[in-house]
Design a protein around this ligand. Structure first.
Ligand SMILES: Nc1ncnc2c1ncn2[C@@H]1O[C@H](COP(=O)(O)OP(=O)(O)OP(=O)(O)O)[C@@H](O)[C@H]1O
Ligand SMILES: [Mg+2]
Length: 123
């Protein structure tokens, strides 16, 4: 409870910006994030900065497969095709050590173990 999560949510600009007063500066490659627009932050999030949330089950949607959640994020950031994004999701699951990623890509989050969910978040 020392403030790690709160600090990092603030760095990402995911805090309640209208109702918090922050002193100092937050620099990313010399860019001041505290005064950056929401649009600029959206461009940076997932590209230059990202957070692996503590509670992976709460961060993943129970209604969509793990693979879909990874590939849709990839698609949104790169404009890649559905087919390519799915292949990329499988590749990322493989890189974080999920066995049989070409099968597990179609699993829903509740079928993953706690550690596997955290690795899916990293992917
Ligand atoms: N939304 C909130 N409203 C009020 N207080 C909060 C809120 N979120 C966190 N806090 C408080 O801020 C303090 C820091 O919380 P934070 O979640 O940043 O801790 P942490 O360092 O991530 O802890 P942990 O290692 O347990 O994850 C705690 O006292 C917590 O109760
Ligand atoms: Mg925390």
């Amino acid at each position: 409870g020392s403030g790690k999560s709160v600090t990092n949510l603030t760095i990402l600009g995911l805090h309640d910006r209208d109702r918090t007063a922050i002193e100092g500066e937050i620099l990313l490659d010399d860019k001041e994030l505290l005064t950056a627009s929401e649009r600029e932050l959206e461009r940076l999030r997932g590209n230059k900065m990202a957070m692996i949330f503590q509670d992976a089950l709460a961060s993943l949607s129970p209604y969509h497969t793990v693979g879909k959640q990874i590939s849709e994020t990839y698609r949104k950031h790169t404009g890649a095709s559905k087919k390519e994004s799915r292949e990329r999701a499988i590749e990322m699951l493989k890189r974080v050590g999920i066995p049989q990623p070409e099968v597990r890509v179609d699993d829903y989050p509740h079928l993953f173990s706690g550690g596997m969910r955290q690795r899916a978040m990293i992917a």
